[in-house]
Write a protein that binds this ligand. Structure first.
Ligand SMILES: *[C@@H]1O[C@H](CO)[C@@H](O)[C@H](O)[C@H]1NC(C)=O
Length: 426
């Protein structure tokens, strides 16, 4: 019996995940179906680790162990634990854990990206903003676009049509009693995942789509204030939402191995508004050295939506406190900085150090706190975001996935239209 298995192992010596991607150069279907390679039209290339579905490609054992050597095992490790919440099975070599910025939610197959589902299917662009149509709008699934078989330009058109419709519906979505914020949150994270993972999207396409995603996220916050006026918090790994009334005086948002607390005790408000926040993992936008998620504060004293979404332009006198739980992290106070940028930032130079505040760290409690920030954070045209960081970073070998929107600081990560690769990081 034992001899039989030894013989079998010798005969069938190629295991799942073992063949290097270039083996499939001539067969795009086999290449794409492998779960760890992608055909770029000419050759079959390795997928980035976080995009791998075939965990065998990331596994290897010591020589003599009998464990086959996966084709990507020199650049990826398999995750030690898998979750049913996401598709990820591999991580970059040495990372040791899932990176929240690169969580892939399983793409649902319900509905259509082009039209509503139901007795009278209606094209996305033809939906008038009414309550009945709001429920129809929910049935549209941006993930239903057949990515592999159509151009990135078509995909962009479809995605923008969906986001535009959510934006057009903002009053209905915010005001209607039966409007659930989840559908807005879902559309925002679905779209973020698409622009992160779709290799056909270039910098210009992503920059066109992104502001629309943030508009949908902001509409979600205004809906949340009416839906759950006391407190609300949701976490989708690379995107999070939270909201509470000013009278609570602080809000804590959790990211991977850290928390950011916003404290506005010193803000003397005359109207009890809402502190509204969405936050997102910095690394999905090329910011590799962030110590916290990017915190988008969107306070308001008016959730009435008759004409426009109104942010509280007087909101000021608050501080941010970063708490880390990563036991491997050695924090040196003088190196910790608060960076800020306007949501519309297009290049690395728009991301700047916040110079009006000093940062104080307490190792015992693992916290770093800013001084009082007294510059208003929103105006009619600005929406300032913050994050804690060690300062200018490096793309080094991570250009594959981390520089997509080119807002990382440092010349090595600047957008370079002349580069022949999709990722355009110099
Ligand atoms: C393989 O995938 C790429 C994109 O990931 C796509 O452009 C190509 O059409 C696919 N090829 C086949 C044969 O499915």
């Amino acid at each position: 019996m034992i001899y039989f298995f030894v013989l079998l192992a010798v005969v069938s010596s190629v295991y799942v995940g073992e063949q290097v991607c270039t083996t499939f150069n001539a067969d795009a279907t086999l290449c794409n179906a492998s779960g760890y390679c992608r055909h770029d039209g000419t050759i079959c290339v390795n997928l980035p680790c976080y995009m791998v579905n075939e965990v065998a490609a990331c596994r290897s054992g010591p020589s003599g162990s009998g464990i086959p050597t996966g084709a990507l095992s020199s650049k990826c490790d398999s995750l030690e634990q898998f979750s049913l919440q996401y598709d990820n099975v591999c991580v970059d070599k040495g990372d040791g854990k899932l990176n929240f910025a690169f969580v892939r939610f399983s793409k649902t197959t319900d509905g259509s990206a082009l039209q509503t589902t139901g007795t009278t299917p209606t094209g996305v662009g033809a939906l008038a903003a009414t309550e009945a149509n709001m429920f129809a709008l929910y049935t549209i699934n941006p993930w239903k676009s057949p990515e592999a078989s159509q151009s990135a330009a078509t995909l962009q058109t479809e995605l923008e049509a969906i986001l535009d419709r959510y934006i057009l519906f903002y009053q209905v979505l915010i005001e209607t009693t039966n409007s659930h914020p989840f559908y807005l949150e879902r559309t925002a994270y679905q779209a973020l995942q698409l622009i992160r993972d779709q290799v056909g999207f270039d910098y210009t396409m992503r920059r066109a789509i992104l502001p629309k995603i943030w508009q949908v996220a902001e509409i979600a916050l205004f809906r949340i204030a009416k839906f759950s006026p006391a407190y609300y918090q949701t976490n989708y790994y690379f995107l999070n939402f939270a909201s509470c009334p000013y009278s609570r005086r602080e809000l804590k948002i959790n990211g991977q191995l850290h928390t950011v607390r916003i404290d506005w005790t010193d803000y003397l408000y005359t109207v009890n508004g809402y502190m509204q926040v969405y936050s997102y993992a910095a690394e999905q936008f090329g910011i590799r050295n962030a110590l916290s998620d990017i915190i988008a504060l969107r306070p308001t004293t008016s959730v009435a939506t008759a004409n426009a979404i109104n942010l509280d332009t007087g909101f000021t006198a608050f501080y941010l406190e970063w708490t880390w739980t990563d036991t491997n992290l050695v924090v040196v106070e003088k190196d910790i900085k608060l960076y800020q940028f306007d949501e519309s930032a297009a290049t690395a130079t728009n991301v700047v150090k916040q110079i009006t505040t000093t940062i104080t760290c307490t190792t015992a409690t693992k916290t770093c706190t800013t001084g009082l920030i007294t510059t208003p954070i929103t105006s009619a045209t600005t929406r300032i975001n913050y994050y804690f960081s060690y300062g200018p970073g490096k793309c080094v070998d991570k250009t594959e996935v981390q520089c997509k929107l080119s807002i990382e600081q440092g010349t090595q990560c600047n957008y370079n239209a002349g580069l022949p690769t999709d990722y355009k990081c110099s």
